[in-house]
Design a protein around this ligand. Structure first.
Ligand SMILES: NC(=O)c1ccc[n+]([C@@H]2O[C@H](COP(=O)([O-])OP(=O)(O)OC[C@H]3O[C@@H](n4cnc5c(N)ncnc54)[C@H](OP(=O)(O)O)[C@@H]3O)[C@@H](O)[C@H]2O)c1
Length: 328
């Protein structure tokens, strides 16, 4: 397997370096867990192909979570990496603790499971998945810091945290000599709320990386559902019930997709690649993206986003076209 060398960026203020595009592994849940039925089930060879295609395309990190099938996604990922002979430590792994109906005391209790499912691949980034634990932010960060001290994880991040909660997390971590590496949040040309609700500003001031999830708006920004609105009916999960995939939603996002198509033609790429390129470049190095893939060719295309950079003028034009998505 020849891996394409890529430019990397620092993950927050840590020494860990990641490519601007990672692979989101929610799609590897295999129907298990609270959100496992969101995506069609994938068989093992397909998941291994997706991981291989990502690696070959130069992606150096993978985002998974406890909640993605209670270990199914972590295990599918590590199975694929083992099969491909990927050296532990060479590639980076981000996973997440699930905080709902749990206190911070659950963090040290469940870390052995995370490590078990990852089968020897170290946890470079451990994130609190949601801001909904029974315990406060500070207590959670102390337990996460204990895991760093014990050598179980390399860095700490959060997900779906507000600007204020990020600040609190960073304050606690600073008291332990650590930094807040990342906040993983929803961000794309069709959801730009972090630009107006203080999250992006806080990330910049703390030196925290923003990890953009659903950067393709779950496929909408590829334009495929605009061209074939019936396509969504072939997908198993609940996306078909979301307004973004209905006629009215597609009509609303139509102008952004039309502009992506224009730029795609100019650069000789796809509309989805333009959308991802905008996410990883418009705000400099602060934002990285983790598109998910259900097919190897999607993973190849998404890794290919690192082959080109939109000009400042084109980044700014897209900014204008999608301006209204800064508020919802
Ligand atoms: N922290 C959180 O709370 C949170 C929440 C959501 C997601 N995430 C993470 O973020 C990752 C990505 O988010 P996401 O999966 O919600 O949304 P996404 O990456 O915007 O969309 C993924 C879907 O878009 C389609 N797609 C991807 N690449 C494509 C391509 N090149 N051409 C055509 N279609 C393509 C596929 O849909 P089809 O399968 O229909 O082809 C794929 O399943 C997840 O895997 C997960 O790791 C985190």
């Amino acid at each position: 397997m020849t891996i394409k060398p890529r430019e990397t960026r620092p993950l927050g203020r840590t020494e860990i370096r990641i490519t601007p595009i990672g692979l989101g592994c929610w799609q590897f849940s295999n129907g298990k867990g609270i959100t496992g039925k969101f995506w069609d089930n994938l068989d093992s060879p397909t998941m291994t192909d997706i991981v291989e295609t990502s690696l070959v395309g130069g992606v150096n990190w993978f985002d998974t979570a406890e909640a993605y099938g209670w270990g199914n996604s972590e295990q599918a990922l590590s199975n694929a990496l083992l099969e491909l002979g990927a050296e532990p430590g060479k590639i980076k792994i981000a996973t997440k603790w699930w905080p709902l109906f749990r206190t911070s005391g659950n963090i040290p209790k469940t870390i052995d499971n995370r490590l078990k499912f990852l089968q020897g691949y170290p946890i470079d980034l451990y994130q609190v998945h949601q801001p909904y634990s029974f315990s406060g932010v500070s207590a959670q960060m102390h337990r996460m810091a204990d895991l760093v001290a014990a050598g179980h994880i390399r860095s700490i991040g959060v997900s779906n945290f507000s600007a204020r909660a990020m600040e609190k997390a960073a304050e606690t971590l600073a008291s332990r000599g650590l930094t807040l590496a990342s906040n993983q949040v929803k961000y794309s040309l069709l959801d730009r709320r972090i630009e107006t609700n203080g999250i992006l500003e806080m990330a910049k001031s703390l030196g925290t990386t923003i990890i953009a999830y659903s950067p393709l708006a779950q496929g909408v920004l590829t334009g495929k559902f605009h061209h074939n609105p019936d396509l969504i009916k072939t997908r198993q999960g609940p996306r078909k019930f979301l307004s973004a995939f209905k006629k009215s939603g597609l009509a609303e996002s139509g102008p952004v997709v039309a502009h992506l198509e224009k730029l795609a033609e100019k650069y000789g790429v796809t509309p989805g690649q333009v959308a991802l390129n905008w996410v990883i470049h418009f705000h400099g190095e602060t934002i990285v993206a983790i598109p998910g893939a259900s097919k190897p060719r999607q993973a190849a295309e998404n890794a290919g986003v690192m082959d080109f950079t939109l000009t400042r003028e084109d980044l700014d034009l897209l900014n204008l076209v999608s301006e209204k998505y800064k508020v919802h």
